[in-house]
Design a protein around this ligand. Structure first.
Ligand SMILES: [Zn+2]
Length: 238
């Protein structure tokens, strides 16, 4: 039995409805056809127990904007959604196919954020912007970092290393794979969260590499622009 979604133990223990979808959430019915977003949404939200019509799907632009208003920002432009209070009819959705999905929750107050971070998102420190937008002490938060490219799969040009170095330091760069540098994006996000004040033990890796594991995940690098997208969701708690 293939699981349609992956959960974080920390967020589950804190009582949050949440998940990172796998490619099995898409039920295309046609062999070799490209999975549609609507199809994936139906499967994933069915497994989550949420109404697909409640999905707040924003336009992700590799920027640093955090969207906080379910009405004004319903189809807004931004790479993080942060909710300080519950909105019964709205489910924040982040879509990824190699970039890093991050889910944040405050176990004590119920506030949540869903974040999309590629290397440009790391450069702009979108995950820290999302933490700030929650207006809670960062040391209260728990975070889950979802399936994304592993270090072996994320070969980059020197310009990416140059851009990230001032933000994260060189601990995320690995030059052992070959002539070109590789970057550990998952670790970069963890370092940014720790710098904001989250305890290391409050940050969980929900394992998986989108490119290494075609049986579980869609990957832009492996499958090209027509690849499907995974979704990451977390619902604010009352
Ligand atoms: Zn990989």
């Amino acid at each position: 039995m293939h699981s349609l979604l992956l959960r974080s133990e920390l967020l589950a223990r804190a009582g949050f409805t949440h998940g990172f979808s796998t490619r099995w959430a898409s039920v295309t019915g046609v062999e070799g056809s490209f999975p549609s977003d609507a199809d994936h949404l139906r499967g994933f939200f069915g497994a989550l127990g949420r109404d697909p019509a409640s999905a707040m799907r924003v336009k992700q632009v590799h920027g640093a904007a955090v969207l906080t208003d379910p009405l004004a920002d319903w189809q807004g432009e931004g790479d993080a959604i942060a909710f300080r209070e519950p909105h019964a009819q709205v489910t924040p959705v982040i879509r990824t196919a190699d970039c890093v999905p991050i889910l944040l929750g405050n176990p004590f107050g119920g506030q949540v954020a869903a974040v999309h971070a590629g290397w440009r998102g790391v450069e702009r420190n979108i995950v820290s912007e999302a933490v700030r937008a929650l207006h809670v002490a960062p040391e209260w938060l728990v975070a889950a970092i979802g399936p994304c490219l592993c270090t072996a799969c994320f070969e980059v040009g020197e310009e990416v290393v140059t851009a990230l170095m001032p933000v994260t330091g060189d601990g995320i760069v690995d030059r052992a794979f070959g002539p070109k540098p590789h970057v550990n994006l998952r670790l970069a996000v963890r370092l940014q969260l720790r710098k904001m004040g989250l305890p290391n033990a409050a940050i969980e890796d929900v394992a998986g590499c989108t490119r290494c594991e075609p049986e579980r995940f869609f990957s832009y690098r492996r499958d090209g622009a027509n690849a499907g997208r995974q979704m990451a969701v977390i619902v604010p708690r009352t």
